[in-house]
Structure formats: structure tokens, C-alpha cells
Ligand binder design. Structure first.
Ligand SMILES: [Mg+2]
Length: 197
């Protein structure tokens, strides 16, 4: 085999065998935890036709009105995602641990696992195993229930994979509360951080 082929084969093996820890993991939400983007949720009142926009932070406390049509299209835009800014504090924690080979997971309310994977890999520069990226509203995961319940389900999956040292970062206190509760139920203390901008 020529040298070039050997190098190519070696690189291929490295790509497949991305090494990361299987006991310790840091799991991050995206919006308002590691990144702030201009993406907004557009809410339309089906009766009056009135429209208004909510930031992800405002959406955390929004209670759905049956007359409201909620549109998340802006969260599917890789361009809006790329134009956002990273939140240094939590992003640096992610980066330092990633560089040490600690497993990194994502649990976001977004609905596009592939877009998050690509954004992390080609825009931010981290190659995170796709199966560790949970965009809980993406039909690929087959989750049901509200956002908090879906986030709990995603966390259960991580626990089932055998992770025993889990730290969870999210800017929504309701998510933090439910993830903590889940840890208690399953007898596995989960460390949590309420991300603040
Ligand atoms: Mg968030």
C-alpha cells in the first residue's frame, strides 16, 4: 500500500473511532445556553390573524393557547444559526471537556438533529457523535409529550447507555427541575447548571 493510502486508511479509522468517555458526559441545551441566535417562534392567532414573535427565552414561559398556531421555521435555518453568537461561559466548559475527550451530548427543543450536527461540526468545529445529539422535536427520535417530558425521555436514553456521571446545562428552570427529578427517581444524581446569560 502506498503511503498516501496508509494515511488515508488511518484517518478513516480515526474518524470511525472517535474516542470519548462512556461514563462521564456533559449535556447541553443549545438556545440561550451555548448560543444566542436571532431565531424566533412566530405565533399566529387563528381567529384574528394577529401575529407575534417569541424569543426561545420567552417561549419557555409561554402557555399555548388552542387558537395559536406556532411556527418554528426560523430554527431550521442554518444561516440564522451560523449568524448567532456563542455564550462564552458555557461554551468554554463544553470546549475544554471536549478537548479532554469527555463525551458531550446535546438535548435541545429544536427539531433538526442533522442541522445541529452540521453546525457543531463544520461551523463550531466539534465532531460530536450524532447519536448524542437529541433535538427532541425531531421526528427521528419518536418522542411525544411536551418539551420537558421529551427532554426527560432523552435524558433517560443517556442513562440507559450507562452514563453515571452526568452534568446537565439548560437555561430553563423547568427543564432543570424535571431532569433533577428524573435523577432522583432513577437513583442517579444528575448535576445541573441553570445557564444564565
Ligand atoms: Mg434553552
Amino acid at each position: 500500500m502506498s503511503n498516501i493510502l496508509i494515511i488515508f486508511a488511518y484517518k478513516l479509522i480515526l474518524m470511525i473511532n472517535e474516542k470519548y468517555t462512556t461514563d462521564k458526559i456533559l449535556i447541553f441545551d443549545i438556545d440561550d445556553t451555548i448560543a444566542i441566535t436571532a431565531a424566533k417562534i412566530v405565533v399566529t392567532d387563528s381567529k384574528t390573524g394577529d401575529k407575534f414573535e417569541l424569543t426561545p427565552e420567552e417561549f419557555n414561559d409561554y402557555e399555548k393557547n388552542p387558537k395559536h398556531i406556532v411556527n418554528f421555521d426560523q430554527f431550521r435555518s442554518l444561516e440564522i444559526m451560523k449568524a448567532g453568537r456563542l455564550i462564552d461561559k458555557y461554551f468554554n466548559i463544553l470546549k475544554q471537556n471536549y478537548n479532554k475527550g469527555i463525551a458531550i451530548g446535546i438535548i435541545t427543543a429544536r427539531d433538526n438533529q442533522s442541522m445541529i450536527y452540521e453546525w457543531l461540526r463544520y461551523h463550531v468545529g466539534f465532531h460530536i457523535d450524532k447519536k448524542l445529539i437529541w433535538a427532541v422535536n425531531d421526528p427521528v427520535h419518536g418522542l411525544t409529550g411536551n418539551i420537558q417530558q421529551r427532554k426527560q425521555e432523552a435524558m433517560k436514553w443517556f442513562i440507559e447507555q450507562g452514563y453515571t456521571d452526568i452534568t446537565f446545562f439548560d437555561d430553563d428552570k423547568n427543564n432543570i427541575k424535571l431532569i433533577k427529578q428524573l435523577g432522583k427517581e432513577l437513583n442517579l444524581p444528575i448535576k445541573t447548571h441553570l445557564a444564565k446569560k
